[in-house]
Write a protein that binds this ligand. Structure first.
Ligand code: SF4
Length: 142
């Protein structure tokens, strides 16, 4: 039986991204992908969020903001690693100020969306799995 999908508010945190991932995330709010029709939206405050979407490899300067932002999201909450850098296999993984992704720097995400950057249609499909609780962390790209 198909479960009823709930709305899902997303707070995005740039943890050292090159901004490629942000462009694709922003594309989801365009008329073409129109993620609001599925009850998905980006919110300005972590207090209003159901999930935290992290881009970038988690740099030294963003490790503490990531912890604080995550702590500000009310429970129940989900952690999403968006893109290869956040997944721990991106081009910035070995950079001197990088902590090698969300799992290595912080904690294991509930959902990993691979790609450099991920394609919006695929992102939409995977994020929607969070609405029904069907998510299983995807394997990052080799
Ligand atoms: S995964 Fe690719 S597009 Fe996203 S932040 Fe890393 S290098 Fe940039």
């Amino acid at each position: 039986m198909h479960r009823q999908a709930k709305s899902l508010q997303l707070r995005h945190l740039d943890a050292g991204s090159c901004n490629g991932c942000e462009q694709e995330l922003t594309a989801l709010t365009s008329r073409y992908y129109d993620m609001q029709q599925f009850g998905l939206d980006l919110v300005a405050s972590p207090r209003h969020a159901d999930a935290l979407v992290v881009t970038g490899p988690v740099t030294d300067t963003m490790k503490e903001p990531l912890r604080k932002t995550w702590n500000a999201v009310p429970r129940p909450k989900r952690l999403v690693a968006f893109g290869d850098c956040a997944a721990g296999c991106g081009v910035f993984q070995e950079a001197y100020a990088s902590h090698g992704g969300v799992a290595a720097a912080f904690e294991a995400p509930d959902l990993v969306i691979p790609g450099c950057p991920p394609q919006p249609a695929d992102v939409l499909k995977q994020i929607r799995r969070l609405q029904t609780g069907d998510e299983k962390p995807s394997a990052p790209n080799p």
